[in-house]
Structure formats: C-alpha cells, structure tokens
Design a protein. Structure first.
Length: 54
C-alpha cells in the first residue's frame, strides 16, 4: 500500500504540473490566435471602409 502510494505520488505530481503548464500554454495560444483573428478582421474592415469612402 505504501509503495503504491509512493509510486502514485511520483506519477501524479509531475503530470499535474505538466497539465497546468499545458493549460497555460493552450490559453496563451488561444489568446494570441484570437487577437490575430480580430486584428485581421479589423484591418480588412478598415481597408474596405477607406476604399469605400474614397
């Protein structure tokens, strides 16, 4: 029982850190992609607006 707990503790601790790190990385990637997406649409709409007014 004690040995399995030790092994389980060794397995769970690094994987939990990796999960948290992966979640943070995924969040960063999502934010960057969404910002790029929004920026792309803003630039397109701005170009369309300037071409339409000219």
């Amino acid at each position: 029982m004690n040995e399995t707990d030790k092994v389980f503790g060794l397995i769970t601790r690094p994987t939990w850190k990796l999960l948290v790190r992966g979640m943070i990385a995924a969040l960063y990637i999502f934010v960057i992609l969404s910002l790029c997406y929004i920026g792309y649409f803003v630039i397109l709409s701005a170009l369309a607006f300037t071409q339409g007014s000219m």
